[in-house]
Design a protein around this ligand. Structure first.
Ligand SMILES: Nc1ncnc2c1ncn2[C@@H]1O[C@H](COP(=O)(O)OP(=O)(O)OP(=O)(O)O)[C@@H](O)[C@H]1O
Length: 313
């Protein structure tokens, strides 16, 4: 079924129906359906090789879908690719900047590619350098900037033409915590200005800020939801146990706590009873376990359990 033409001033920023990409026998993305409203901060999460970049490539016209359709900012990605490209900003893991140019030269070059008239380009460049705290670096070559500053400049380049939708593929990968925080402040600011943001990240604590997250497992979308609701739905606590005889421990607790999630060296259970007595359990298990910990669930747990058995909506 074709995606209906949407009007200008669309309420849906990104829409996909049955979107798939095959590389020979490999089904990198399979039958993807998306409906991302304008202004949403959306996170697509998944392990390495699950199809996140391939999805972004199809939505941004860089890869042709094998089957299915997608509309971005109201435009069809295969037949209206120029209009899609004008409406979006892209920040990929590989920098789009030229290391031999200065900060200002890089932005002026990008502005020329976007056909921005020079007075407007200069005004936007000034605003962005201020926003990204790079106003004192404008004459410096990229090689003299820190990794965080370069990534900030990559984002500035991606939003120079004020795109309706910004695609960020692992924007903080490889950055240290202060630089990651700085990048997040900029993304928050763009989001406050009403930009739709489509994000992939490995740092799941960062995805907690998303309005919605979904998960990809081997190219298939597993429906997620609002991060806070997902963690609440997972349970009150995550119980982690280490034991010599993990099978025995799982069999003993399965009736009360459900199946365990197996990770190298430990077993985890979801505890959905807020009154659960960990002290009694500790006493009961005695020295059949070598370690026992419990804590509140986070999005990382949701991710692991979702890939395991699905806890989304
Ligand atoms: N051009 C290509 N030709 C052949 N296979 C490809 C190509 N691009 C991606 N793939 C394969 O498609 C699958 C999905 O890759 P993709 O890069 O989309 O995953 P990802 O979730 O973005 O991974 P990562 O988190 O490691 O970046 C992988 O098995 C990958 O090897």
């Amino acid at each position: 079924m074709a995606i209906p033409e949407s009007n200008k001033g669309i309420a849906i920023a990104i829409q996909a129906q049955g979107l798939s990409k095959h590389y020979g026998a490999l089904q990198a993305v399979q039958d993807l359906h998306l409906n991302i409203p304008q202004g949403q901060f959306y996170g697509l999460l998944g392990p390495n090789g699950s199809g996140k970049t391939t999805t972004i490539h199809m939505l941004t016209t860089l890869a042709r879908p094998t089957t299915g359709q997608a509309r971005v900012a109201g435009f069809e990605v295969t037949t209206q690719s120029v209009a899609v490209r004008q409406a979006i900003g892209l920040v990929f893991q590989e920098s789009a900047l030229d290391p031999t140019m200065t900060v200002a030269e890089n932005l002026r070059f990008a502005a020329a590619l976007y056909n921005l008239p020079p007075p407007l380009a200069n005004q936007r460049i000034d605003e962005l350098l201020m926003l990204f705290n790079l106003q004192n670096k404008r004459q410096q070559r990229l090689t003299t900037l820190s990794g965080g500053m370069r990534r900030a400049l990559d984002i500035a380049r991606g939003v120079l033409h004020r795109p309706q939708i910004l695609f960020l593929d692992e924007p903080t990968l490889g950055l240290d915590i202060p630089n990651r925080r700085a990048i997040w402040r900029f993304i928050e600011q763009l989001r406050r200005e009403g930009m739709t943001v489509f994000l992939t990240t490995h740092y799941l604590e960062e995805a907690e800020a998303c309005d919605r997250v979904d998960f990809l497992k081997q190219g298939r979308l597993i429906s997620g939801g609002i991060p806070k609701q997902l963690t609440a739905k997972l349970g009150d606590y995550i119980l982690e146990l280490e034991a010599e005889e993990m099978d025995t421990v799982e069999n003993r607790l399965k009736g009360r706590l459900g199946s365990a999630l197996w990770e190298p060296g430990s077993l985890s259970f979801r505890v959905t009873d807020p009154q659960f007595s960990f002290a009694s359990l500790q006493e009961e298990l005695g020295n059949t376990v070598s370690a026992m910990r419990w804590r509140r669930p986070n999005l990382n747990d949701v991710f692991l359990w979702t890939l395991n058995d699905g806890v989304g909506d």
